[in-house]
Write a protein that binds this ligand. Structure first.
Ligand SMILES: NC(=O)c1ccc[n+]([C@@H]2O[C@H](COP(=O)([O-])OP(=O)(O)OC[C@H]3O[C@@H](n4cnc5c(N)ncnc54)[C@H](OP(=O)(O)O)[C@@H]3O)[C@@H](O)[C@H]2O)c1
Length: 296
């Protein structure tokens, strides 16, 4: 089943990155990362090894990426890879770590994408380089922010390599692991939260006009969001600059801004409180799961 087992994978010179990259898990994030990395031109299909739980669906991956290597399980993926991206749900991490533990070498570089799983807990199971990454769905269009932090085994050279690789599908924000929770709300949950906010704007617009349909209004809101982001980023402005440019004293926009400034702080405080409460609850479950795991 595993097209990479028992033979050296031939690395054809292409992108700058020549290592073998294993993906354990090929769901929403795993497939997005594979697609993004191949699409960026940094990585060739032949360099990638993929496995997933539902073995009957491994052939599907070959249909999309004929040159990709599929492995029959996590252990085989780890054995054949230099980088091991673990892209399973947080509560499945411990089982995966137990499975790959016997095959971990000190030169392996694990890339963990579960915010809830602490680097310290992965280190209990894997004596190797570890980078924790919080991806964003925006990488699908090579935008957005990818959070990263590294354990002590990752050298400057190692971090430069993995950050360059991930930097090909978005911007890197290297921060302390202790700040991951809050930053994740902004960068990884962010696209979903921002979509929810602007969905409400579209709904409100639809309640105020019969002249345009949902698709037309959505497209105009999206173009306006996109243009506002570009204006702020390219002209090095901030939100206040745009507000003062548009909301002239005594004008119409000013009235709308007043309503937003009165109502939204409470909504956003509540939103962040709620997200962070939920995050703590999930983290607690993972902590409990790893409680009996002794140091290596
Ligand atoms: N979704 C997001 O926006 C987001 C953002 C940042 C971080 N994350 C993190 O990314 C991780 C993955 O999330 P996701 O949304 O991609 O989840 P998902 O769509 O449910 O994918 C999970 C994948 O894990 C595979 N899997 C489960 N057990 C396995 C095993 N024993 N061996 C091999 N593969 C196994 C599943 O295989 P099958 O498909 O065959 O069942 C599936 O492909 C999570 O830890 C999450 O916290 C997600």
């Amino acid at each position: 089943m595993c097209s990479c087992r028992g033979k050296m994978i031939k690395l054809v010179k292409g992108g700058d990155f020549m290592d073998r990259i294993g993906f354990i898990g090929y769901g929403s994030m795993g497939s997005m990362l594979v697609k993004g990395l191949i699409g960026s031109g940094q990585v060739r299909q032949e360099q990638i090894i993929v496995t997933r739980k539902d073995k009957s669906r491994l052939d599907e991956i070959k249909k999309t990426w004929p040159e990709i290597n599929v492995a029959r399980n996590a252990a085989d993926t780890a054995k054949d890879a230099d980088y091991i991206f673990i892209c399973v749900k947080p509560l499945e991490y411990l089982d995966i770590l137990k499975e790959i533990k016997p095959f971990i070498r000190p030169d392996h570089h694990i890339v963990s994408i579960a915010g809830a799983v602490a680097v310290e807990d992965i280190e209990k199971m894997a004596d190797c380089k570890i980078t924790k990454v919080i991806p964003t769905v925006l990488s699908e269009v090579r935008e957005g922010i990818t959070l990263v932090c590294h354990n002590g085994r990752v050298t400057e050279e190692d971090s430069a390599r993995i950050e360059a690789l991930l930097g090909s599908i978005g911007r890197i924000w290297r921060i302390d692991e202790k700040d991951f929770g809050f930053a994740t709300e902004l960068t990884s949950c962010g696209p979903g939260l921002i979509a929810a906010v602007f969905q409400e704007l579209v709904e409100a617009a639809l309640r105020h006009t019969d002249s345009f349909g949902r698709d037309e209004i959505t497209e105009k809101v999206l173009q306006t969001m996109y243009g506002t982001s570009r204006l702020i980023l390219e002209k090095k402005m901030d939100f206040r600059d745009v507000i003062s440019r548009v909301a002239t004293k005594g004008g119409i926009t000013e009235e709308g801004v007043k309503v937003i400034e009165k109502g939204l702080p409470q909504v956003f405080d509540e939103m962040l409180d709620q997200c962070m409460r939920k995050r703590e609850a999930v983290n607690g479950k993972i902590l409990y799961q790893f409680r009996d795991i002794q140091e290596r």
